[in-house]
Write a new protein. Structure first.
Length: 539
């Protein structure tokens, strides 16, 4: 193949291919959880051991999940293992439904979480259940649902926010977790393409060069990928969403061995990147063992109410094997929307979460205003998380008060004043129909205070969801799950956002109007002029 053309083509193809392979190298930003007391915390539950883990798994998975494996034998547990694809927002909502059923029906009180570190205490979120006092109970619940649907928190964090009795415990140790691929581009893909080149015939080379000349890079990639059965199998393996990290490590070793056998030459940085990738997969495999060992120690030696683990799919096989060997009765569950083509975080959004920033940064969102320009500390237990949630609750308090004919802000000032990491300019309030424009100061991911203006409004009619499960299922439907095409009932005079933003959101020109409660709407901006220019958002 022509060297110059090959280099240009490789750069284009690898940029496309990296997005697919990168998802198999996902890690979860160290998570922490929030806590709140909900009226649902008092739900009567059965605290005895379920009749069998098989029936239990089938029951809680109905309509939202699939049981992948059950191991009923064991004297410990049961433990329900939920495998996730880290970018699937609808998948997280469906896991949330299953965890909720475990809590309300079977006494779930312990959740082990990948991405959070082991420590003597559960993840702390006492600030959340106190935010705004008893009057804010429904607003807190709605905020937690919204943040889960946005992809900003996990289903485990959601449970700790809504139910004060649920303990979310980190399963990781920092030394193992801190191992990252840190390889530029995709060394796996570069190795495979170099191996494929070694096996091409002259006829193949002419065909590929013709495709490259015609700027048909994707067709050229498909041709070279399919030119050799071994190469094709390797690409297909790395494209799988549920392959284990142990299997991925073995695949890397096989690719290295094949390259050596064929005398394939790669750049030193590619060779180094391949070793880093192998090291990452080997560390991830050890993490599976570490997480399982700690979970078993938390569960104890006696039968108990069910516990849960949330882990990435790459850890599932090893975790289940380890639980079996430790005598733990367990089942592996997967949300129906495991890796859907809709409503998933983009690679950029996912990387922002890995950098411990807010994922959603569309014009009009609060994340756009709170993200710093440098890497911040851990999110959920930090002031910026309190500000993020408090801003949503303030919007719901203010908008519902205005719709109900109350004096704003006078009648709700006490309710607003108790929200953490939120400072409101009570002299800034201005009404425009049912809309309320006001100024507040929030804490960003860099710990610095940010001036934020909000235009809060309400839809003319509110959604009918009442229970937490109904709210979760409604969010699933509004994001396109359950066979519905989003958005459903976007705000007045706005167009839908498809499945790219939060449930029920809409866009007016380039500004996002977010639905943050059953009917509350909001636009955030850095100035009064920006939120004023949007116009009325209430129905």
């Amino acid at each position: 193949m022509n060297a110059r053309k090959t280099k240009q083509w490789m750069a284009t193809v690898l940029a496309v291919l990296w997005a697919a392979i990168a998802y198999n190298q996902q890690t979860t930003a160290p998570a922490t959880a929030n806590d709140q007391t909900s009226k649902h915390s008092q739900t009567s539950v059965s605290t005895g051991r379920p009749a069998d883990v098989v029936s239990l798994a089938r029951e809680i998975a109905q309509d939202v999940g699939e049981v992948q494996q059950s191991i009923p034998q064991g004297t410990k547990g049961p433990v329900l293992v939920f495998e996730e694809y880290h970018t699937s927002r609808v998948g997280q909502l469906q896991i949330g439904v299953m965890l909720l059923r475990l809590y309300e029906r079977h006494g779930l009180r312990l959740i082990g979480l990948e991405g959070a570190f082991q420590r003597p205490q559960p993840l702390d979120a006492t600030w959340f259940h106190k935010a705004g006092g008893t009057a804010n109970q429904q607003f807190r619940e709605n905020t937690a649902v919204r943040m889960l649907a946005e992809g900003e928190i996990s289903a485990a964090e959601f449970m700790a926010m809504v139910f004060g009795q649920v303990q979310v415990r980190g399963l990781e140790v920092e030394k193992e977790y801190s191992v990252r691929p840190d390889a530029k581009g995709s060394p796996v893909a570069e190795y495979l393409l170099k191996i494929a080149e070694k096996k091409l015939t002259q006829s193949d080379i002419r065909k590929i060069n013709a495709l490259i000349t015609d700027k048909k890079e994707e067709e050229a990639f498909e041709y070279i990928k399919n030119s050799d059965p071994w190469v094709r199998r390797q690409f297909e393996t790395f494209a799988q969403s549920s392959i284990s990290t142990k299997e991925l490590a073995q695949q890397v070793r096989e690719i290295q061995a094949e390259a050596q056998k064929l005398g394939v030459e790669v750049e030193p940085e590619v060779r180094d990147g391949m070793q880093k990738t192998l090291g990452f997969y080997e560390a991830a495999t050890q993490r599976s063992i570490t997480m399982t060992n700690y979970m078993v120690s938390l569960v104890g030696s006696n039968p108990a109410p069910p516990a849960a683990m949330l882990i990435g799919a790459g850890h599932s096989k090893e975790v289940m094997d380890q639980l079996r060997s430790r005598g733990v009765s367990c089942a592996l569950l997967r949300p129906i929307a495991f890796n859907p083509s809709f409503a998933s975080l983009s690679l950029d959004e996912f990387e922002r979460k890995n950098d411990l920033k807010w994922a959603r940064i569309a014009n009009g969102t609060i994340g756009r205003l709170l993200n710093s320009k440098r890497k911040p500390p851990s999110i959920i237990e930090t002031p910026t998380a309190q500000s993020y949630a408090s801003a949503y609750m303030a919007v719901m308090v203010v908008s519902e008060a205005a719709r109900g004919g109350k004096r704003v802000p006078d009648d709700v000032q006490t309710q607003l004043a108790s929200l953490p990491e939120l400072r409101i300019d009570f002299s800034s309030f201005e009404l425009d129909g049912y809309d309320v424009i006001f100024r507040m100061w929030l804490t960003g991911t860099d710990k610095q205070e940010k001036e934020v203006w909000a235009r809060a409004g309400t839809a003319e009619t509110q959604e009918q969801a009442k229970t937490i499960e109904e709210k979760l299922r409604q969010a699933i439907a509004d994001l396109g799950g359950g066979g519905r095409v989003p958005p459903r009932n976007p705000p007045i005079n706005s167009k839908g956002t498809g499945d790219k933003e939060g449930p029920g959101d809409g866009k007016r020109q380039d500004v996002l109007i977010s639905r943050v409660g059953l009917r509350s709407l909001v636009v955030f901006a850095e100035s009064k002029a920006r939120v004023t220019a949007v116009g009325r958002i209430s129905g």
